[in-house]
Design a protein around this ligand. Structure first.
Ligand code: ZN
Length: 337
């Protein structure tokens, strides 16, 4: 059963406007309504927020219908929401900057203030809404820079699974600011032009150049909206595609080497373990076997980290080390071969 929060000992804070007298007629203010009365949860604690609304006390004053309230409650939270902005931002930080899971966030939040798991979920959505609402202000901060130097745009598309919607992102490269992010169901040039590029064009800044992957639909859409603008293929995508044949050859080589190594390693390890425990070479050889086994954990990342090449290098290093040992007559590695 849902347990009601106990708010009996929560302190009360009153908020009133600064105006003591009417700015038009100079008459005293008069209390009219209670604009807000709610329990507000902030990182600093819980309190009952009461915001009083006032008006001019003179009935025939032109200001008689105006309602004056303190601006402070609006700085603390959204109207109708019982969590402060600081709580929403903290939850957003845990989720999107520290990449914590819903349950981790709930545990952290619960240790500081009363909150349900579902409420955490709602606040994550509220955080995203606030972020989106703040976007025009962030663009506005860079207005003079963009107007003077123009935009260098990067356009990227992400599709979590085939057949799903595609997320398009347009970023300004020098400031790193996202100018447009939108989910669309079609990857056609016309959809990209209308849903992705038009809103960026509507900002009214000159575009100096565009970088994107070498997708034909994106190129066509960009040339329609900003004809003649230089459009580069993204270096990362180009390098990754150019390196694909080498990377694939390396991957298959790596699988073969690992397979061979795994087959040979088990009997060798058994042979070493069978050695007399007092034999000083036993521990050394076991270390070598462990070094060889760690090669099995190596993997590659396209385009530059080639796993097969890395394993070969490591195996050569182990071989050289074993040869040095043999040369110094400290160990005979024929057990391993
Ligand atoms: Zn008045």
């Amino acid at each position: 059963m849902r347990k009601a929060k106990d708010n009996t000992h929560v302190p009360t804070r009153y908020f009133r406007p600064d105006l003591e007298r009417c700015p038009l007629c100079g008459a005293k203010r008069k209390r009219r309504v209670t604009a807000q009365d709610k329990i507000l949860i902030t990182l600093a604690g819980r309190f009952r927020l009461i915001s009083r609304g006032y008006g001019c006390s003179r009935r025939r004053c032109p200001n008689a219908r105006a309602l004056w309230v303190s601006p402070e409650p609006a700085r603390l939270s959204l109207k109708g929401l019982s969590f402060g902005f600081d709580v929403i931002v903290q939850i957003g930080w845990w989720r999107f900057w520290e990449h914590r899971t819903l349950d981790e966030i709930w545990t952290l939040a619960r240790s500081r203030f009363p909150i349900s798991r579902r409420q955490v979920m709602y606040l994550i959505v509220d955080f995203l809404c606030l972020l989106k609402a703040a976007q025009p202000a962030r663009i506005e901060n860079h207005r003079s820079f963009y107007a003077r130097r123009g935009l260098l745009l990067s356009l990227d598309a992400m599709q979590p699974e085939k057949g799903n919607d595609v997320l398009y992102m347009v970023r300004e490269l020098r400031t790193g600011l996202t100018l447009q992010a939108v989910k669309v169901s079609s990857q056609g040039a016309e959809t990209i032009r209308v849903r992705v590029l038009k809103p960026v064009q509507a900002l009214g800044f000159p575009v100096r150049g565009i970088v994107s992957d070498a997708e034909d639909a994106i190129h066509r859409a960009c040339q329609k909206v900003w004809p003649g603008r230089p459009h580069h293929a993204c270096h990362f995508h180009a390098l990754r595609d150019a390196g694909k044949p080498i990377y694939e050859a390396d991957q298959s080589q790596m699988v073969k080497i690992k397979h061979d190594l795994r087959l040979k390693l088990s009997p060798v390890r058994r042979a070493i373990q069978a050695l007399d425990e007092t034999d000083p070479t036993r521990a050394v050889l076991l270390d070598y076997a462990e070094a060889l086994r760690s090669c099995l954990r190596i993997s590659g990342v396209a385009p530059f980290q080639l796993g097969g090449v890395r394993i070969m290098e490591d195996l050569r290093a182990v071989t050289a080390s074993l040869r040095r040992c043999e040369k110094n007559n400290r160990i005979s590695y024929c057990v391993i071969c």
